[in-house]
Design a protein around this ligand. Structure first.
Ligand code: ASP
Length: 421
C-alpha cells in the first residue's frame, strides 16, 4: 500500500483510539512513547541534513551567478506567497469577525473559557520573549559558535554558516576541494537514505502523535472558539487549495493535483508532527523522488524554506491577532491592520519550525498594537490542531516553491505518476 494511504489510515485509527483513551491511562503514555520515538528519529537527521545539503548544493551551483539567481527567485517566492497568505487571512477574519458576537466585543465571554493553570504555564514560557526576542533571532543569524547553534536549533545560524562554507569551498585548491565535495555529497546521500528508513515507520509514529493529541484535548474544548477555529482553517485551506494551486497552474503550467499527491506524505507528516523542521527530511524526499525536482534545487530551496518560509504561520498570526483585537473591542483602523500584516510577515521568517512557535510571534504583534499578552491564553485552546494544519500549509508552500523554481530553471518536474510508492 502507498505510504500516504498508510498514514491516512493510521490517522483515522488514531482519532478513534484517542477519543476512547483517558489521558491518565497507560495507553496514553504508550502513544506518547511511540510518537516521541518517531519525532526524535526525524529530529536526529535535521542538523546533518541541513548542513550537508546546503553545502553540497551551493558547491553544485558552482561559481558565477547561479547562486544569486536561485537565491533571488527563492526569496521572491517566499515573500510573495507569505504576503498572499496574510491577506487571505485578513479578508476572512474581517468577514467572519470571530471576536465579535452579536455586534459586541466577545472578550469577557471568551476569557471565561480559559483554563487558568494552563494559561499561567504558557505565559511563563512566553513572558520575556517579546520583541527583543524576535530581534535576537535575527542577531543569532550570525552565530558566535556553530556547534551551539546546532545544539540550540538555531537553524538560521546554521544555514548562514553552511552557505558561507559552500561558497568558499569551491574557491580553494582543486584537490582539497574534490575531497570536500565528495564528503559533503556523501553525507547528504546518507541522510536521505536514513530518512527513507525512518519514513517506513511513519504510520506507527503518526498514530502515536495523533492519538495522544486527541486524547489530551478531545473535541469539546473547541466549541466556544468555533468561529475562530473555522476562520483560520478556512483561510489556510483557501491558501493551500486555491491560491497556491493557481500559482502552480498559472506560473508553472503544472498540475496541482499531481503535486498534491506527490507531497501528501510530507503534508501528513507535517500535520502530525506540527513541526516544519522535523518534516524537512520527508519534504526533501518527496520533492526529489515523487515530484522529480533535482537534488541541486531541492537541497537549496527546502532547508531554507523550512525555516524562512511559513505561509500558514504568517496567516495564523494575522488572524489570531485580529481576533484578539476584535475581542478587546479595539478600533481596527487601516494603520492597525497594516501593522499586523507587516509584523506577521517579518516574524514568520524568524519563527522556528517547531510546535507552537507562532505563539511567541503573536505576543510581538499584541505588544505592538497595545493589547495585553494574557490574551494568548485564549489561543491555547485551539492551538495544537491549528498548528497541525498551518504546519502542513507551511510545508506545502515550500514544496510549491521548489517545483516552480525547478521549472523556471528548465527542469522537467511532476512528469511521472507521483503516487508510485
Ligand atoms: N509549527 C509551525 C511549524 O513548524 C510553526 C508555528 O506556526 O507554530 O511550521
Amino acid at each position: 500500500m502507498k505510504l500516504h494511504w498508510q498514514i491516512l489510515i493510521a490517522m483515522v485509527l488514531a482519532i478513534i483510539a484517542g477519543l476512547m483513551t483517558d489521558p491518565s491511562s497507560t495507553a496514553y503514555n504508550v502513544y506518547g512513547f511511540i510518537g516521541t520515538l518517531f519525532l526524535n528519529a526525524l529530529k536526529m537527521v535535521i542538523v546533518p541534513l541541513i548542513v550537508a545539503s546546503i553545502i553540497a548544493s551551493i558547491a553544485g551551483l558552482g561559481e558565477g551567478d547561479n547562486l544569486g539567481r536561485l537565491g533571488i527567485k527563492t526569496l521572491g517566492y517566499y515573500a510573495t506567497t507569505s504576503l498572499v497568505a496574510i491577506l487571505i487571512g485578513l479578508c476572512v477574519v474581517n468577514i467572519t469577525t470571530p471576536g465579535i458576537v452579536d455586534g459586541v466585543a466577545a472578550g469577557e465571554q471568551l476569557n471565561l473559557t480559559v483554563d487558568q493553570d494552563q494559561l499561567e504555564g504558557q505565559l511563563k514560557k512566553v513572558e520575556g520573549r517579546s520583541s527583543g526576542d524576535i530581534v535576537d533571532v535575527f542577531v543569532r543569524m550570525i552565530p558566535t559558535n556553530i556547534v551551539k547553534a546546532a545544539h540550540d536549533g538555531q537553524m538560521l545560524g546554521l544555514i548562514f554558516f553552511s552557505i558561507l562554507f559552500g561558497f568558499f569551498m569551491i574557491r580553494i585548491d582543486a584537490e582539497r576541494q574534490k575531497v570536500l565535495r565528495n564528503f559533503w555529497q556523501g553525507v547528504s546521500d546518507v541522510m536521505v537514505e536514513i530518512t527513507l528508513f525512518i519514513m517506513k515507520f511513519a504510520p506507527i509514529g503518526v498514530f502515536g502523535l495523533i492519538a495522544k493529541t486527541i486524547s489530551a484535548t478531545g473535541f469539546a474544548a473547541f466549541e466556544p472558539m468555533m468561529v475562530f477555529f473555522v476562520s483560520v482553517a478556512v483561510a489556510l485551506l483557501l491558501h493551500a487549495f486555491v491560491a497556491l494551486p493557481l500559482l502552480l497552474m498559472l506560473v508553472g503550467k503544472l498540475s496541482p493535483t499531481r503535486h498534491i499527491t506527490a507531497m501528501s506524505p510530507a503534508m501528513l507528516t507535517a500535520f502530525s508532527t506540527a513541526s516544519s523542521s522535523a518534516t524537512l527530511p520527508t519534504t526533501m524526499d518527496c520533492v526529489e523522488k515523487r515530484a522529480g525536482v533535482s537534488r541541486k534545487t531541492t537541497s537549496f530551496v527546502l532547508p531554507l524554506g523550512a525555516t524562512v518560509n511559513m505561509d500558514g504561520t504568517a496567516l495564523y498570526e494575522c488572524v489570531a491577532a485580529m481576533f484578539i483585537a476584535q475581542a478587546y473591542g479595539l478600533d481596527l483602523t487601516f494603520g492597525t491592520q497594516f501593522t499586523i500584516v507587516v509584523i506577521a510577515l517579518l516574524t514568520s521568517i524568524g519563527v522556528a519550525g517547531i510546535p507552537a512557535a507562532s505563539l511567541v510571534a503573536i505576543t510581538v504583534i499584541l505588544a505592538a498594537i497595545g493589547l495585553p499578552l494574557e490574551a494568548i491564553g485564549l489561543l491555547l485552546v485551539t492551538d495544537r490542531i491549528l498548528d497541525m494544519i498551518r504546519t502542513a500549509v507551511n510545508v506545502f508552500s515550500d514544496s510549491c516553491g521548489a517545483v516552480l523554481i525547478a521549472k523556471s530553471e528548465g527542469e522537467q518536474v511532476l512528469q511521472s505518476d507521483p503516487s508510485r510508492p
